[in-house]
Design a protein around this ligand. Structure first.
Ligand SMILES: [Zn+2]
Length: 120
């Protein structure tokens, strides 16, 4: 059984922590999931992920949804330890391979928090 709910993950992000789920196959998921996306196992263990990582991919959203006031923010996938976490980067922007650290959260339009990273 997965022992990480979405709310627990979100609460941890608000506290400046990143939680993931480690599978016995070696895959670590950077967000709550019912089953390992790699092997399908549901026997996942909650782990603390590092809050510093490296930019794996990034894309800049030039035309955000109506509810967002800022333009040109980046959506990034950060490698933290063995896992990957999706988040946001505010100015200045980052490039693939840049080292970043978790600095806070931003509310998505559905009020869910997204981790915010900053170059270090
Ligand atoms: Zn697995």
């Amino acid at each position: 059984m997965s022992d990480l709910s979405y709310d627990e993950w979100a609460d941890a992000v608000h506290e400046g922590r990143l939680l993931g789920l480690a599978c016995s196959c070696g895959h670590t998921n950077g967000s709550p999931t019912a089953a390992c996306p790699h092997c399908g196992s549901r026997d996942l263990e909650r782990v603390d992920l590092p809050t510093e990582g490296v930019v794996h991919t990034e894309t800049t959203i030039q035309v955000p949804p109506e509810t967002f006031e800022t333009r040109g923010y980046q959506v990034v996938v950060i490698e933290v330890g063995d896992a990957r976490v999706m988040g946001r980067v505010e100015e200045p922007s980052v490039e693939i391979g840049d080292e970043v650290t978790l600095t806070g959260t931003i509310a998505e339009d559905d009020d869910r928090p997204a981790p915010v990273f900053e170059a270090r």
